[in-house]
Design a protein. Sequence first.
Length: 263
Amino acid sequence: MMALTDIDVSYRTLKVWRRNADVFQRLWRAEILWPVIEPLIVILGVGLGLGRFVELESGEDYIVFLTPGVMAAFAMWAAIAEGAWASYNRMAWQKTYDAMIATPVSIDDVITGEITWAASRGVLSTCFLVIITVALTPVWGLVDSPLVVLAIPTAFLLGFMFGSMALLATSLVTSVSQLGYFVSLIVIPMFWVGGVFFPPEELSRGMQIFAWFLPLSHAVNLQRGWVTGDVALSMLVDLIWILIVTAILYRTVLWSMRRRLIK
C-alpha cells in the first residue's frame, strides 16, 4: 500500500473537477430532477404515508425523524452514482482517463478530481434538501435548528467518502453491470440498516454492532444532529470514524486505480 508521501496530487486535480462541472452545466436540465424529486418523494411519501402507522418511543413525528436520514442517504446516492456509473463510463467507454493522463495530469490528480466532483454532487443534493426542508418546516416542523447549514459542508465529507468507495468498486469491475454487486452487497444494506428509516436501537444487539461499522450510520448521526440541534459529544466519534474510513478508502482507490490505468 502506498505511503502518504507517495500521493501525487497537484493543482491539476481542479482541472479534472472543472471538466466534469462543465459537462454538468451542459446537461443540468436532465440531471437536476433526480436529486430534487426523489428525496422529496421519500420524505413526503414515506414520512407522511408510513408515518401514520409508526410511533417512535421518543414521541417524535416519523417525518421529522426521517428527514435527516434522507439528507445523508441521498448525499451518498449522489456521490455513488457519480463515482460508479458515470466514472466507469469516462474510464472504460469514453477513455477520458486515458486522455487526461497522457497530459501532465497525474493518475492521482484524475482520481482525486473525480472524487471531489462526486463529493460536489453530494453537496448539491444536500443543498436542495436543506432548501426544501426549511421551506416545509412551517407545515411539518422538519428543521429545528439553524445548525442545519452545517449539513452542507458535512455533505462534502460524506460525498468524498462515498465517492471514494464507489470509485474503488469501479476500479475493480470489468463491466458496468458488475457494479450491481457493489450496490446490492454494500450500498443497499447501508441504506436500510444505517439508521435512515428506523432507530438502530430497535435492532438486535448483533445488528447494532454491524450497523455501527457502516459509514452511513455515522453520516446519519451527524446530519440528524445538525437538523435537530441536538449536538452531542458522540458526534465527534462519528466524525472521527468517517475520517478514518475516508482516508483508508481514498488511499486504497489511488493504489487500485494506478494498477487499473497503468498498462
